[in-house]
Ligand binder design. Structure first.
Ligand SMILES: Nc1ncnc2c1ncn2[C@@H]1O[C@H](COP(=O)(O)OP(=O)(O)OP(=O)(O)O)[C@@H](O)[C@H]1O
Ligand SMILES: O=C(O)C1=C[C@@H](O)[C@@H](O)[C@H](O)C1
Ligand SMILES: [Mg+2]
Length: 213
């Protein structure tokens, strides 16, 4: 992991890394590991929004000001974060929906953590869905989370697919001969993210080089 992180640092020269993906896809968990390995700062856009809102939590912001105001604050947070260097940012699950946010996301390198919906539903119900207003509170359980996440995944899939790099846990599990994606540790996923970012950066450099290089 350390060696790959050093290789990537040389390629991207401080460019910001945005992790995108569904609620529960591991953006915060994997993002912290990546930031540590790269010696970058880790920032969570939901936390920045909570600061803008004077310390109200995400569910409190949704309740008090409705989703529309939350989305405005989210765009403001992404704009601010996109001007920072040497940061790994865990974005909110809905950050990809508004086209204006892509102006900010394109200032960095975007990585989609693509996790199958049943795994997302297991993860979010294990920790409780109370902090995730779009999942309808804490009382629904796995089946409600699965139904809501499936609908959101279907709606947002094309937007997530705009990422510069996609790390599919389904594909990673296959390539590592894991029987189930629950066997993939956050470290194994972070290593794969680094690997794919290095490939992306090298390809980009090659494509931008003058002809004959
Ligand atoms: N590879 C993994 N294996 C098992 N559990 C995981 C893995 N990655 C993350 N988790 C767990 O899944 C839950 C969701 O992870 P995390 O909070 O990192 O996701 P997120 O994408 O930041 O979600 P949100 O968009 O809601 O902030 C956490 O409880 C975390 O511990
Ligand atoms: O998927 C979403 O739209 C959201 C995900 C969370 O990270 C928060 O940004 C908020 O709960 C909305
Ligand atoms: Mg998170």
């Amino acid at each position: 992991m350390q060696r790959k992180a050093q290789e990537l640092k040389q390629e991207i020269e401080g460019t910001c890394i945005f992790l995108i993906g569904m609620m529960g896809s591991g953006k915060s968990t994997v993002g912290r590991l990546l930031a540590e390995a790269l010696e970058y700062q880790f920032l969570d856009s939901d936390t920045v929004i909570e600061t803008y809102a004077g310390g109200l939590s995400v569910p409190e912001i949704f309740k008090k000001w409705k989703e529309e105001r939350f989305r405005e604050l989210e765009s403001q947070a992404l704009q601010e974060l996109s001007s920072a260097g040497e940061v790994v940012v865990a974005t909110g699950g809905g950050a990809v929906v508004q086209p204006r946010n892509w102006v900010y996301l394109r200032n960095g390198i975007t990585v989609w953590l693509d996790v199958p919906v049943p795994a997302l539903a297991s993860r979010v119900t294990a920790v409780g869905t109370g902090s995730r207003p779009l999942l309808g509170g804490d009382c629904g359980g796995y089946d409600q989370a699965l139904a809501r996440l499936s609908k959101i995944y279907e709606e947002r899939g094309p937007a997530y697919a705009n990422a510069d790099v996609t790390v599919s846990l389904q594909n990673l599990a296959l390539s590592l001969a894991c029987e189930d994606i629950s066997e993939l540790t956050p470290t194994a996923i972070a290593v794969q993210v680094l690997e794919e970012l290095i490939q992306h950066a090298r390809l980009n450099k090659y494509l931008r080089a003058p002809v004959g290089y």
